[in-house]
Design a protein. Structure first.
Length: 76
């Protein structure tokens, strides 16, 4: 039962988030299978400050053992 947690900088519309969730599920279905009923997706918005101080150091760089695609940017 795949579940995707998506973290975004704030500012995207509900329509964009809905489309993103749909496209992530479609891509996952092509790669790993399962029916639509097996998937769930959450999308959480963050301010730039929250991203810089929590998401980037803790959720991204602090979890390198499960990071399959590293960002192409650095935050100091």
């Amino acid at each position: 039962m795949p579940h995707f947690q998506i973290k975004l900088l704030e500012g995207k519309t509900e329509e964009q988030k809905q489309k993103l969730a749909e496209e992530v599920v479609k891509a996952a279905q092509r790669v790993i299978g399962y029916g639509d009923e097996s998937y769930s997706v959450t999308i959480e918005d963050f301010t730039f400050g929250e991203w810089k101080n929590k998401v980037y150091p803790t959720d991204i760089m602090g979890r390198k053992e499960i990071l399959y695609k590293a960002p192409g940017y650095k935050m100091e």
